[in-house]
Design a protein around this ligand. Structure first.
Ligand code: AMP
Ligand code: GLY
Length: 414
């Protein structure tokens, strides 16, 4: 089978690697791919949102299956276009991807189908939003309704901050015309539960935990994710069962009932609060960097799993025992400004998997080329061993301009 993977980061690298393990893969293309992916797939210089070119390429090459990584490609309707052309593609339609693209859509769906989530209200008028905030308690959670690359969530701890944020979001149109979802502030441990979904048929992946803040102890600005691990001791089998039944299955069914059946990966960003597990957000795609720690544990043939979903059949997947832990190496300054082009050496001494996020080849040498540069993912029988292995391997990578968190997985040991 010829497979096309759309995307370019560490998540895409992990997807390509899972597909490369399948004996059914005769040829893998990645659009646009990256320097690490190039070792496993033929990278083609087409932007992930250029649906016309991607479709023409898939038709010309006789691609049997396309797997979509990034949200942006889903939001421009890549799945609808490929399906209309009779091509197999793994991912949700534009309408189903609304569960991620619109926070208001996701919230309305959850309320209608009794899916546990934070209490909320949606506003487009500044004065009305302020009146609601004044009546409520602090901190309060303010979410811009629309795609804002993870930058659209502010947890306001003072009334002044809430007012300034609402001004920004609703009056200054800094984020464009829009609405704001105001939510009850929840506390508890966050975790990610991704499921393969084909309409009502779902199949869980191992639970993972992301580390969104730039620095140790969850300090510093929000990022695209600084590390992740699988096997969360604080999520019990009962928690998992509850989340599958009352959240993931219920939402898959709800999407069918609403006339927008979901296909692809439904990502539940969940929180274990003192009042039970609740939804923080949904994504309509593989999570990053969760995918980089989850897919290495996929024992089943990845092409079978993706093909089942793309064909609206029940997906099934077996996972290896043990744990995985991934540490992101990022350019100093990220998520703010950073310089590029620094040589990266020593990767050949690393035993763990390395997924490239933002690298390039320059004069035959691997160099930094993005904010998040690579993720080092260790697998081991226990999380402790995976952590030690990942840390030892990170120390083997030499580069003058990288930093990483030293506490990935720490919440599992508290
Ligand atoms: P989101 O973009 O919706 O994932 O929000 C980004 C981050 O804000 C989440 O990962 C949480 O850490 C935090 N957050 C979002 N909503 C809430 C909430 N209702 N209560 C507490 N924290 C939240
Ligand atoms: N890890 C969070 C995300 O993929 O959005």
């Amino acid at each position: 089978m010829k497979v096309l993977v759309v995307g370019s980061g560490g998540r895409c690298h992990a997807i390509v690697e899972a597909i490369a393990r399948s004996p059914k893969a005769s040829k893998i293309y990645a659009a646009p791919g990256n320097a690490g992916i190039a070792a496993l797939a033929e990278c083609v210089a087409i932007k992930d949102t250029d649906v016309d070119k991607l479709l023409a390429f898939a038709q010309e090459k006789g691609v049997d299956l396309t797997v979509v990584g990034p949200e942006a490609a889903l939001a421009v309707g890549i799945v609808d276009r490929f399906r209309a052309a009779g091509l197999k593609i793994f991912g949700p339609t534009k309408a189903a991807a609304e569960i991620e693209a619109s926070k208001d859509f996701a919230k309305r769906l959850m309320v209608k189908y009794d899916v546990p989530t934070a209490a909320y209200a949606t506003f487009s008028d500044f004065e009305e939003a302020m009146a609601y905030v004044r009546k409520g308690t602090l901190p309060t959670v303010l979410k811009y309704d629309g795609l804002a690359a993870g930058k659209g969530v502010v947890i306001a701890t003072t009334m002044e901050e809430a007012e300034a944020t609402l001004r920004d979001m609703l009056l200054d149109t800094k984020f464009g015309e829009g609405r704001v979802v105001i939510e009850e502030f929840l506390t508890g441990e966050e975790f990610s539960l991704m499921c393969f979904v084909a309409g009502r048929k779902i199949c869980a992946m191992p639970v993972a935990q992301d580390h969104k803040r730039a620095y140790d102890n969850d300090e510093g600005p929000n990022t695209g994710g600084m590390g992740a691990y699988t096997e969360l001791p604080f999520i019990t089998a009962e928690d998992h069962e509850y989340a599958m039944t009352n959240i993931m299955q219920r939402v898959a069914d709800a999407m069918v009932e609403e006339g927008t059946p979901f296909t692809g990966v439904l990502y539940g960003g969940l929180m274990k609060t003192p009042n039970g597990i609740k939804v923080i957000e949904f994504n309509a795609r593989f999570g990053d960097p969760e995918t980089e720690v989850v897919l290495p544990r996929l024992k089943s043939d990845a092409i079978d799993v993706f093909m089942a979903v793309a064909s609206d059949e029940q997906p099934t997947a077996e996972w290896s025992e043990g744990a995985t832990l991934g540490i992101v190496l990022a350019s100093k300054g990220y998520p703010g400004d950073y310089a590029k082009g620094f040589a990266i050496r020593g990767t050949e001494n690393v035993e763990s998997k390395i997924y490239h996020m933002g690298t390039a080849m320059k004069d035959g040498e691997l160099v930094t080329a993005g904010g998040r540069v690579m993720i080092v993912v260790a697998e081991a029988p226990t999380l402790r061993e995976a952590q030690q292995k990942a840390e030892a391997d990170v120390a083997r990578i030499e580069c003058d301009n990288l930093f990483h968190r030293t506490d990935i997985g720490a919440k599992a040991f508290r």
